[in-house]
Design a protein around this ligand. Structure first.
Ligand SMILES: [Zn+2]
Length: 131
């Protein structure tokens, strides 16, 4: 089975181009500094400004919740919500290295950019070393 990601459109080209270059970029309001999710509208939810500009996230956050997908092609796969240090929440895959423990609520995570079968980059997170 082939895993497919989102289809890049003209509006999301900047997001996928940044991932391909190794960065997770999110819209950030130039007027008030509010960060938004990648798929959010073009107006700032905090102040209504239209000055939303892609900025690189530091790629650090913590796990809000997890579920385990036991039917994944590659075996057990952990999915979850990650709250980035910048504020936005992202639904994502959470990677577990055996020496870092099983992903759990509250654990610190760091960005890992993976690729779908077609080569399309996708953000995932791994349990951070400093847990
Ligand atoms: Zn704003």
């Amino acid at each position: 089975m082939t895993r497919r990601g989102a289809v890049a459109s003209e509006d999301s080209q900047w997001y996928f181009a940044a991932l391909a270059a190794g960065r997770l970029e999110l819209p950030r309001c130039a007027a008030c500094g509010h960060w938004a999710r990648p798929t959010s509208a073009s107006l700032c939810a905090e102040c209504g400004s239209d000055a939303m500009t892609p900025m690189a996230s530091a790629g650090n956050g913590h796990i809000v919740c997890t579920i385990v997908d036991h039917r994944a092609v590659e075996g057990e796969r952990v999915l979850g919500l990650v709250e980035l240090d910048e504020g936005p929440w992202i639904a994502t895959q959470i990677l577990s290295d055996s020496d870092r423990g099983r992903p759990a609520q509250g654990m610190a995570v760091e960005l890992r950019i993976m690729a779908f079968d077609n080569g399309e980059p996708v953000p995932a997170f791994a349990v951070a070393r400093h847990n």
